[in-house]
Design a protein around this ligand. Structure first.
Ligand SMILES: [Zn+2]
Ligand SMILES: [Zn+2]
Length: 182
């Protein structure tokens, strides 16, 4: 078997070319990855430029340095955290507390079971629960008794008159059977 030194050197050349191409592609990929990663973590243009520059100039060690120094949270993480904090604050604010003993109460309780403070009142018309401060029922628009009604007409205030006052002529009712007899 004859060993050809020229073919070996050409193989070595091709191998080196492949290796160089691989390293170049890897380098570009790392730069792109760094750019994408820093874009998700920082809005500061200077930080973005520095991060990409470190990878461009130092290659693998540059990525390592970037990995150590990059902001730990992404912008989305920060946003989600803010949302969660706001939601938590909202739920804390939403929990109704008894004005008498500041214990937690349910929204549909009328009286605090702990200190017997009145929490809600019932609409006398539709029986829905209402806040104590409300003067009108939001469910059926009935004003709370004792509250002054605005823009009330006289007919609404006066009790309805009996129907007998208006029925002067009652002949129509008797006419029917008479016609049947004929
Ligand atoms: Zn209470
Ligand atoms: Zn009502």
């Amino acid at each position: 078997m004859n060993f050809d030194p020229t073919s070996f050197s050409s193989f070595a050349l091709i191998g080196t070319a492949f290796a160089a191409a691989f390293v170049a592609v890897l380098w570009i990929s790392l730069v792109i990855w760094t750019y994408r990663d820093i874009r998700r973590r920082s809005r500061d243009p200077l930080a973005r430029i520095l991060a990409v520059l470190v990878t461009v100039l130092l290659f693998f060690p540059g990525v390592l340095i970037y990995f150590i120094l990059r902001p730990t949270h992404t912008l989305e993480d920060d946003y989600q955290q803010t949302l969660e904090e706001e939601a938590l604050l909202q739920t804390i604010e939403d929990i109704p507390l008894c004005p008498g003993c500041t214990r937690r109460v349910q929204t549909n309780w009328m009286v605090c079971p702990n200190c017997q403070t009145k929490l809600k009142k019932r609409c006398h018309h539709c029986k829905e629960l209402m806040e104590l401060s409300w003067n009108i029922c939001p469910y059926c628009a009935t004003p709370v008794p004792g509250m002054r009604k605005e823009n009330v007409t006289l007919e609404e205030v006066l009790p309805p008159l009996p129907d007998s006052l208006f029925s002067f002529d009652d002949d129509d009712g008797d006419l029917g059977p008479q016609e049947n007899k004929l």
